[in-house]
Ligand binder design. Structure first.
Ligand code: NAP
Length: 309
């Protein structure tokens, strides 16, 4: 019987592990498929306090893991498929290869990139459609590419891609970016980035090898369609929370985000806590995820102390 199982190894998960580790609860951390979470697919993080020169995302996550392991956290490379409540109030976590019993659970599974939902899109991931400029940008040297979206992610990816691509089209469905001013200004001032306003991609066009060669664009105001030659589309239109496995034990909002009790990381089931992007559609920052991980750890510790009387 574990004291606490933490599902997820992003900022929320590792922070919860550091705190529950220091509370002598020897947390078990289940990594899922992406050890280190979303920051492992980014480059420089400029806004995590304590790093005035910035820090590389993967390095930040490795350091968090080392810090958690120093305090007794154990990590296993498993994916949780289902959680259920036992008669005595403890929980069973069914993973891809075993069952784990625990007194508390901290869900810190984050969110996954959202795609456009076009026909053949998922088949083209890795063949000219991707959500990760850091991972795939270097494959597209001296060719035109497109980024879809108008938020901070889209601007950041577009800027990053100018290191490789001959031209970066920033395709946005409105004529104004959602991104913070500093990120938007930086993108729009870059000569290699050309915004394509009021437009959406309606079709991926492929060559004989099955790789993207162009897209069909639709101007959403005039309904006019055109073809844009690009070798890769970087989709940066937000994320979907990884909450599909939680069943009835927690409530979700319309977007699939886990509902926490007010001013708490607790959920409708005592002993289950949620932290980070899986429960936060408002801030979605590394530092706020870490803060929630800390909160969940403190609440789990108090819950266990109450059980033990
Ligand atoms: P976001 O802020 O939710 O922006 C998503 C963008 O995609 C919006 O411009 C949205 O258009 C567009 N979009 C959504 N669904 C679409 C669809 N089906 N088709 C076409 N376009 C669609 O997401 P994000 O950029 O990933 O940022 C998420 C959070 O992370 C934010 O809080 C952001 O500040 C933060 N972030 C921070 C940094 C940084 O500070 N370094 C970097 C990246 C992200 P509309 O504008 O029309 O809604």
């Amino acid at each position: 019987m574990e004291n606490v199982v933490i599902i997820g190894t992003g900022c929320a998960g590792w922070t919860a592990a550091i705190y529950t580790g220091r509370a002598n609860l020897t947390p078990l951390v289940l990594s899922g498929t992406q050890l280190g979470g979303q920051l492992t697919t980014t480059t420089e993080v400029e806004n995590f306090p304590g790093f005035p020169e910035g820090v590389m995302g993967p390095e930040l996550m490795t350091r968090m893991q080392q810090q958690a392991e120093k305090f007794g956290a154990r990590v296993e490379y498993k994916r949780v498929e289902e959680i259920s409540k036992n008669d005595d109030g403890t929980f069973t976590l069914k993973t891809d290869d075993n069952e784990i019993q625990s007194r508390t659970i901290i869900i810190a599974t984050g969110a996954a990139p959202r795609y456009l939902g076009l026909e053949n899109e998922m088949k083209l991931v890795g063949h000219g459609v991707t959500s990760c400029a850091t991972c795939d940008g270097a494959f597209y040297r001296d060719v035109p590419v497109a980024v879809v979206g108008g938020g901070d992610s889209a601007c950041e990816e577009a800027n990053f891609l100018t290191r490789f691509a001959s031209k970066v089209y920033l395709v946005h469905r409105r004529d104004e970016l959602r991104a913070s001013k500093i990120m938007a200004d930086r993108a729009l001032a870059n000569d290699k980035i050309e915004p394509v306003w009021d437009s959406g991609i309606t079709e991926y066009l492929t060559d004989d090898a099955g790789e993207v060669r162009a897209v069909t664009l639709k101007n959403l105001k005039t309904e006019e369609e055109s073809e844009l030659e690009v070798k890769c589309v970087f989709v940066a239109i937000g994320h979907v929370p990884n909450s599909q496995f939680v069943g009835d034990l927690v409530d979700l909002d319309d977007g699939g985000y886990i509902l926490q009790n007010p001013h708490s990381t607790s959920t409708k089931t005592p002993g289950i806590f949620a932290a980070g992007d899986v429960a936060d559609h408002v801030y979605r920052q590394a530092i706020t995820a870490a803060g929630q991980g800390c909160g969940a750890a403190i609440e789990a510790e108090r819950y266990i102390a109450d059980l033990d009387g």
